[in-house]
Design a protein around this ligand. Structure first.
Ligand code: FE
Length: 232
């Protein structure tokens, strides 16, 4: 992680810590220097206990759902989509015109990704995805959102100063490249198709997929031919 990125993350984490401290300052400290769980955490725990007690949810089913999105479904799905779009122009066209159907061709879709739009980066345009309201994110292709994606600094600065924020994240875009910011909602979520890096002409689809990072599909990074992704 370079210095600029580290700096941004520090701001995001500091903001998160401030929120926690603020919550604790509002009567949630035990008075012995030991913080109790936050009000939200207690509410969630109470709700979970009640739902389990009444037989409305199965704790194992909830654990399985979380495990699925944390471990099995993740950015590798999106990487496969991007790699396919890079090697198959007809697929890319379908992805750009009807993302839900094109993602369905590869078996991706469903919860938290029912309605998707794919946006393509090129030499003139760079796309950036945010959810200014909360943390809407395309789970079926990117998995669970990273902490910074949900942070207040990312959500506000993506709109106020996207170019400056990207620079701090290590992506310094030329002045003649336009930046388009897409605000996700519960109804509509976005997947960025990053530019295929030069020097990858001989790469297989699988090798290309290994280069595609989560960050590049959110739009806060580019894909490099020397990416240290999990190349197979
Ligand atoms: Fe949201």
């Amino acid at each position: 992680m370079d210095e600029a990125r580290r700096g941004f993350m520090k701001v995001a984490l500091t903001a998160a810590a401030a929120v926690t401290q603020s919550a604790n300052a509002h009567g949630q400290s035990s008075g012995h220097g030991q913080a109790l769980p936050s009000d939200t955490a207690l509410r969630v725990k109470s709700l979970e206990s009640l739902l389990v007690e009444k037989g409305l949810v199965d704790r194992k089913a909830v654990d399985a759902l979380i495990d699925t999105y944390e471990q099995k479904i993740g950015p590798r799905n999106g990487a496969r989509v991007v790699a396919r779009a890079w090697v198959d122009p007809a697929y890319k066209q379908r992805l750009l015109t009807n993302a839900d159907a094109a993602l369905g061709e590869l078996g991706f879709g469903g919860l938290q990704g029912e309605h998707m739009v794919a946006v393509e980066n090129n030499a003139n345009v760079h796309n950036l995805v945010v959810c200014t309201l909360c943390s809407c994110y395309p789970w079926p292709v990117l998995g669970l959102p990273p902490v910074w994606y949900k942070s207040a600094p990312y959500r506000s600065r993506s709109v106020i100063d996207p170019r400056g924020m990207l620079r701090e994240l290590g992506l310094d875009l030329p002045a003649d490249v336009g930046v388009r910011v897409w605000d996700s909602t519960a109804e509509l979520r976005y997947l960025v198709i990053p530019e295929r890096p030069t020097g990858t002409e001989a790469f297989s689809e699988e090798q290309l997929a290994a280069l595609v990072t989560r960050d590049s599909m959110i739009g806060v990074a580019k894909v490099s031919a020397t990416s240290t992704g999990d190349r197979s």
